[in-house]
Structures are given as C-alpha cells and as structure tokens.
Design a protein around this ligand. Sequence first.
Ligand code: SAM
Ligand code: 2KA
Ligand code: SF4
Ligand code: MG
Length: 262
Amino acid sequence: MPVSDSIDLESGTEGGDEETPEGLPINELFHSLQGEGTLAGVPSTFVRTSGCNLRCWFCDSYHTSWEPTHAWLGREEILAEIEARDADHVVLTGGEPLLHDESVGLLEALDERGYHTTVETNGTIYRDAPIDLASISPKLASSTPTPERAPEDAPAGEWEERHERDRIDMDALVRLVEAYDVQLKFVVTDADDMPEILELLGDLRDATAVPIPDDDVLLMPEGATRERLAETRTRVADLAMEYGFRYTPRLHVDLWNDAPET
Ligand SMILES: C[S@@+](CC[C@H](N)C(=O)[O-])C[C@H]1O[C@@H](n2cnc3c(N)ncnc32)[C@H](O)[C@@H]1O
Ligand SMILES: Nc1nc2[nH]cc(C(=O)O)c2c(=O)[nH]1
Ligand code: SF4
Ligand SMILES: [Mg+2]
C-alpha cells in the first residue's frame, strides 16, 4: 500500500487555514506510484487540488468536480507535506489544477527545490510555469454528462451544455504543446472514440509549430474500478496497436482499485 499518512481533511470545506493568496484548496495529498502515462511506476507525491471547470460523467475524482471538498493549505504547508514524503517526482492534479493562480507559485517553489513536476490537466487552460511534463487529457464527446449518463447523485443538468462547450480549447492546447514536454492521454471506451481523436490530433498538428509524435499520444482505458477496467482495457490495447498510439495502464486501479489516496 502507498503511504497514507494523509493531511487532515476531516473538516472538509470548513477546514484548513483562512483562504490566502499563497494557498490552494487541497482534496488529498499522498505518496503512491504514478499510475498513468509514460512515467507509470515512478514513486511520486500527488497533490490533488479541488475544483474543476468540466464535469466528465466518469470522473474518478468526484470530490474535486461534482461535489468538491477541500482543506485550504498554504504554500509552505504543502511544501512541508511534500518534503515529508521523500519522492523526487511530484504530480499536481485535481480537479483542474491550472484553474488556480497559486498552482504556478507552487510549481515554481517545487522547481527551485529540484523536484520533477508533472501536471495532470484537461488542457483547457494555459499557464506559464516550470512544468517538466504536461500530462494533457483532452476530453472527448464521450465524457459529456447526459441525463442517461451522469453520477447518480449529481444529474447532468446545466453541465451537459457547459461541459460540451468548454471541453476543447484549441488555443490552450496549442500553447501547452508548444511550451512543454507533453503527453496527450485520451480516455477511451471503444472504437467510437477514435475518429474524434484522429480529428483533434490532425487539427492540433496543423496548428502547432512543433511535431507531435504518435509516441506522445496515449490511449487510456476508461475505468475507475478494476471491474470496469476489465471490460475496457483489452479493447483499448487493441486500438492502440491498430492505430500505432501508446497504451497506458491504470496501475493504481490494478493495484488498489478505487481506494482514496492511491
Ligand atoms: C481526475 S483527472 C484530474 C486532471 C484533469 N482534470 C484531467 O482530467 O486531466 C486525472 C486523470 O484521470 C483521468 N480519468 C478520470 N476519470 C477516469 C476514468 N473513469 N477512467 C479513466 N481515466 C479517468 C483523466 O482523464 C485524467 O487523465
Ligand atoms: N497512482 C495514481 N496515479 C495517477 N496518475 C494520475 C492521477 C490523477 O488522478 O491525476 C493518478 C492517481 O490518482 N493515482
Ligand atoms: S476534467 Fe478531470 S477532474 Fe474535471 S471532471 Fe473531467 S476527469 Fe474529473
Ligand atoms: Mg486519479
């Protein structure tokens, strides 16, 4: 099991210090193995901010998007929690971490201290920050919440339209791809997702001054639980072979299913 000496989130949204500019709403902070992407298997400290501008129906971090909870932690408190965990890779995720101005301040402080930083982002927001790997997961039409396909306690409602409107921002994607080492990590359910991936990739390649090799394009099976992944992963692996893209597992789900802080 990963180290689960978690920060105190008992008091939820009422917890933590007063909201200060040099602070972030933190949903969880933990040590684990990077479960996804080109750095899968690397011991890493995860900092999960709360709050998202999208509402994927399948979001595996429900308490950062559909029903956000957090403790407010100052930059120095976050750094102390990271330093206590003894990993040289830090993954800033969410929710959508690039919503917050202070994510830049935290990334700068981590860079000064020599950490390797990965930012997990939905690719709708560009920020100038010391990011070693921008792990971009653009959201496909199959992520949009609909009345038939939304979390039980949180109906799609107004989010269907808003999510559909905001899920792709080509300008932000172009800026991210041109500024950083990137991986494009698409959540895939089945072959119906492929035409949209190819079209988006074509548009992005036309719009960027830098090449995007197929090696930097990853297909990740949709599934927040072992049970669901067992349904999607072989299909998605076959699609990766067919199209020449990379496949990424979801190691943390294989290892710890949907447990928090993993
Ligand atoms: C919770 S998101 C946070 C970062 C950012 N909001 C984003 O979506 O990239 C972290 C990663 O989990 C992926 N993800 C979320 N729910 C998933 C699911 N049910 N199956 C597979 N991947 C999922 C996202 O696509 C993203 O790559
Ligand atoms: N182990 C582990 N690896 C991950 N890689 C990206 C994650 C995320 O939620 O952004 C994640 C996560 O939640 N856990
Ligand atoms: S963009 Fe990321 S955090 Fe936001 S709802 Fe989708 S998967 Fe969840
Ligand atoms: Mg996750």
